[in-house]
Design a protein around this ligand. Structure first.
Ligand code: GN1
Ligand code: MG
Length: 365
């Protein structure tokens, strides 16, 4: 494997010879390595992109190139550091944005940004506020981006499309698990209508679409050692969608008092202090740009995305665990229960969430 990895990394236009390659992080989707180079040259991130999930990796890398180049121009114009405040895609010697190996797997390289911190959990409202500013800034940097982007995963946060997959999964019952899941399936079905009603506002244009990150959980934001946000990473899912989804997915991640896959449901709830802090951070960057329909649906987007996550984990369990990496056989079911507990906590606190959004809008508009 080590020799294969060296062979793959050497296809890319690195600034110095490779010193070592080690495995990094625990993403659910791709396999990630760090390529250490000799001397003062930067190190690099090497990723095998999951071809089961991303059917067109070259199109995905083209999306990432367009978006990062746009952000880079803005960073340079503002006098920032273009090697730290945005991801840099490194092409192959032939100028391609990814390399296809003998197995048909696609690999891509970006510059490793040193001296940074990534968190798996928000441990203070201050961090949540910074995270909100970070995604707010990311969206603001892309507000004037108008190039077309490929839809790298069809219907990613489109609940109508998810219901098509869901209905198929139930009918197929690939792992024979449906009969044990009447209660969990009921959680999904009882909310189908209200979730479709939200998405209809996106479909009919009431809620506008923009370039969005689509995977804004906390560990996809890089912080510097002083706790300031540097940039958003893991841009595999940058596509056109509603900005609200980036807010909602972040709330799902930052405000959880337990873990995404907590077995102890008593630990799981939405922290309203974290919600307030993230919302204020986000709206400090975005309140002036968002239109009323976005503001009015902002708090609901947290319920929407958390619901979608319950559905996705449960659907993967029903499918026999084909999408997410799992660490033990019932992992996806444990994730389903933990995310559902979080969803219920949001539903209970929904009026307060709406009030916090209104207060923050008044403050920053
Ligand atoms: C996946 O790749 P990662 O771990 O950042 C998933 C997200 C889910 C998340 C759940 C492409 O994100 O949509 O919300 O797991 N990414 C993809 O933790 O499906
Ligand atoms: Mg990630």
């Amino acid at each position: 494997m080590k020799n294969e990895l060296r062979h793959i990394a050497s296809q890319f236009d690195l600034a110095a010879p490779i010193a070592a390659i080690n495995s990094l992080g625990d993403g659910f989707i791709n396999d990630t390595f760090i390529v250490r180079t000799e001397g003062d040259a930067p190190d690099y991130i090497l990723q095998r992109k999951n071809k089961n999930i991303f059917p067109d990796v070259p199109a995905m890398m083209e999306n990432i190139r367009k978006v990062t180049e746009h952000i880079r121009r803005g960073v340079v114009a503002a006098g920032g550091d273009p090697l730290r405040e945005v991801m840099t895609v490194v092409p192959t010697h032939d100028g391609a944005l990814c390399f296809e190996d003998a197995n048909g797997d696609f690999w891509a390289v970006t510059v490793f940004i040193a001296d940074t911190v990534a968190y798996n959990k928000a441990d203070s409202p201050e961090l949540a506020r910074k995270g909100g500013e970070g995604i707010g800034k990311f969206q603001a940097q892309l507000a004037d981006f108008h190039e077309p982007l490929a839809e790298t995963i069809k219907g990613f946060h489109n609940i109508r499309h998810r219901f098509v997959q869901w209905d198929e999964a139930l009918a197929k019952d690939a792992a024979g698990r449906v009969k044990e899941l009447a209660e969990e399936i009921g959680w999904i079905e009882s909310r189908r209508k209200e979730m479709l009603a939200f998405w209809e506002k996106v479909e009919d244009g009431t809620i506008p679409t923009h370039v969005t990150h689509n995977d804004t959980k906390i560990n996809n934001i890089l912080f510097d050692k002083n706790g300031e946000v540097l940039c958003a990473i893991d841009l595999d899912t940058v596509m056109n969608s509603t900005s609200l989804n980036d807010f909602g997915d972040a709330i799902r991640s930052y405000t959880n008092t337990g873990d995404e896959d907590d077995r102890d449901l008593a630990r799981v709830s939405m922290s309203i202090d974290m919600f307030r802090a993230y919302t204020e951070g986000y709206l400090s960057q975005r309140a002036a740009q968002l239109v009323d329909s976005e503001i009015d649906n902002l708090a609901f987007s947290a319920r929407y995305i958390t619901y979608e996550q319950v559905l996705r984990f449960l659907m993967d369990y029903i499918d026999g665990d084909t999408y997410y990496k799992i660490k033990y056989p019932e992992h996806n079911l444990v994730r389903t229960h933990a995310q559902y507990k979080l969803l219920q906590s949001m539903e209970e606190q929904y009026d307060t969430m709406c009030a916090i959004v209104r207060e923050a809008v008044e403050k920053y508009r």
